[in-house]
Design a protein around this ligand. Structure first.
Ligand code: UTP
Length: 291
């Protein structure tokens, strides 16, 4: 089975749930302690053995491009003031992987965004890491999915169970267990209108690995929920025709697309941060007493 060596990060949504922060800045650039969300996601892909990454952008493209570029003036200043470890950290960001950018010119949905990657991907399997889902865990979740792809040769989705009252905001998958934390998927629906329309509470959260045939399927996929071309609708066609694999992944997912998710990411990642973790814990204990 072909190894997964390319990834696509769709980051061209409008981010309307985190306005006004995202008025002129993509939500993927929102910082979690000291790194923008997109850097955590690129690092996850790199730690999964992927070295070619395409980021799909629209407005605010410059910010993301600059973040993964060299910064000669800043680097010179850091060196001359003896800040060698920060210098190394800054240079390393520009050397993480080969990162490419393409614009989705109209915001027509996640499926439409992924379809912009066709010529970059060619005839290979590839990972999709949703640009607003930061997932932290010991083993990179993208790697967990890539290994499942390499084992089964089928498209793979990362899933978690969501609360019954939340399922209408997510996708719902028809699953049969294969082994611990792994299922075969034969059908799915995006944003089921009621609980009765849902297959299960297993929902795709932020990561998948797809075979290149998905592009032909996307070409034929009409707009679905919200009038957008939904990646889930294309994956449904794939699941019904070839079957897919679902991995109940090991990791904590933070939804940077909503305000509570942004705060949860900041608090939990700050608590484990080598530089400020201890002081932040003390601070939280102090203010928790007054809550
Ligand atoms: P979302 O549906 O969460 O993104 O898409 P959104 O449009 O920004 O959401 P609102 O406005 O807050 O409700 C999930 C991922 O797909 C990307 C987004 O950037 C996000 O990373 N996306 C979505 C695109 O790249 N293009 C699109 O047309 C839609």
């Amino acid at each position: 089975m072909k190894k997964v060596r390319k990834a696509v990060i769709p980051a061209a949504g409008l981010g309307t749930r985190v306005l006004p922060a995202t008025k002129s800045m993509p939500k993927e650039m929102l910082p979690i302690v000291d790194k923008p969300a997109i850097q955590y996601i690129v690092e996850e892909a790199v730690h999964s053995g992927i070295d070619e990454i395409l980021i799909i952008t629209n407005r605010g493209k410059g910010l993301m491009e600059d973040h993964f570029d060299r910064m000669p003036e800043l680097e010179a200043k850091l060196l001359s003031s003896g800040k060698h470890s920060v210098y190394d950290e800054i240079v390393e960001i520009s050397q993480l992987a080969n990162i490419y950018f393409i614009r989705q010119k109209e915001t027509k949905g996640l499926g439409h965004a992924v379809n912009r990657a066709r010529s970059f991907i060619g005839d290979e399997p590839f990972a999709v890491l949703y640009g607003d889902d930061v997932i932290i865990g010991k083993n990179p979740v993208c790697a967990q999915l890539c290994r499942a792809y390499e084992e089964y040769g089928k498209g793979v989705v990362g899933v978690k169970e969501v609360a019954p009252e939340a399922i209408k905001k997510y996708s719902s998958l028809k699953v049969e267990p294969i082994r611990e934390r792994m299922f075969s998927v034969t059908d799915m629906i995006e944003k089921p209108a009621t609980l009765k329309d849902a297959f299960s509470l297993y929902s795709i959260l932020g990561r998948c690995v797809l075979p290149p045939v998905i592009f032909d399927i996307l070409d034929e996929t009409p707009p679905g929920a919200g009038g957008e071309i939904q990646l889930t609708d294309a994956m449904r066609t794939l699941a019904r025709s070839q079957g897919m694999i679902a991995v109940d992944f090991d990791g904590t997912r933070y939804d940077m697309g909503n305000k509570l998710g942004v705060m949860q990411a900041s608090v939990e990642i700050a608590l484990n941060h080598p530089e400020i973790g201890e002081d932040f814990r003390k601070y939280l204990r102090q203010i928790a007493n007054d809550l």
